[in-house]
Ligand binder design. Structure first.
Ligand code: SF4
Length: 235
């Protein structure tokens, strides 16, 4: 198949074939399939909570494109982790930014939109830049895991992403927290320092707090609001 001219139907077929042939495959096998199928036409998304997925992908594709949603609201530790991941793993980080700066958004929408309309803020600062960036690729790789939240419990390894119109690969969807920690320890993977400070799920600073001990790890995201997801991953 000529990827340059692949239609949505072609990509749906590729996703279905990959999903059928790689059921139960390891993260490395899934990334190798991604590389063999899409060459340089895919991008690996990272929220820079840790470098696990980037490290895995860079073993298969040195210099691979890595997508970071640079919302303008990140913790300094997250920006530092992004810069370290780029340097240490030798990947090509693409910082996807919103059309408007935070100051411009404040002027247009009123200050602190995240506190009043987080869905709109995420739509402007995450979903729109993601959509624009993904339009240049045929597949994207994400680090979502089934154990992270009930909304992710059925995340497939490979699927066609209807929201963004390309193939989506979740190589570590089946990994437990113990699998993650083993990989981090075995390969001395870079981890966002906020994890050790008690943040098991890290997003934008205004919308991330420490969850109560023993509670859902993602309960610190948009705490006190009905919102639980950015809108990047369909449940
Ligand atoms: Fe805005 Fe919060 Fe969404 Fe970040 S997580 S884009 S600050 S609403």
């Amino acid at each position: 198949m000529n990827l340059a001219t692949a239609t949505e139907e072609d990509l749906r077929l590729l996703a279905a074939q990959g999903a059928a042939s790689l059921e139960g495959a390891s993260a490395r096998e899934l990334l190798q399939w991604t590389e063999d199928t899409f060459g340089s036409d895919y991008i690996v998304a990272s929220n820079m909570q840790d470098g696990v997925l980037v490290h895995l992908a860079a073993q298969i594709h040195p210099g691979v494109d890595v997508l970071f949603l640079d919302t303008g609201y990140h913790f300094a530790e997250t920006i530092g982790t992004r810069d370290a991941v780029e340097q240490v793993y030798g990947v090509n980080v693409i910082n996807a930014r919103a059309e408007a700066s935070v100051a411009e958004q404040d002027a247009a929408e009123g200050k602190d939109l995240f506190a009043r309309e987080p869905n709109r803020c995420c739509a402007l600062r995450k979903v729109a830049p993601l959509k624009k960036t993904l339009a240049g690729y045929k597949a994207w790789v994400t680090g979502i895991r089934r154990v992270e939240a009930p909304t992710r419990a059925n995340a497939p390894l490979i699927s066609f992403d209807d929201a963004f119109g390309l193939v989506k690969i979740n190589p570590i969807a089946a990994w437990s927290d113990e699998d993650m920690q083993s990989y981090i320890d075995e390969h001395s993977i870079l981890v966002n320092p906020l994890v050790d400070e008690g943040y098991p799920s890290i997003g934008c600073a205004p919308c991330t707090s420490k969850p109560a001990p023993g509670s859902d790890p993602r309960s610190g995201r948009w705490a006190g609001q009905a919102k639980t997801e950015c809108g990047l991953h369909a449940s």
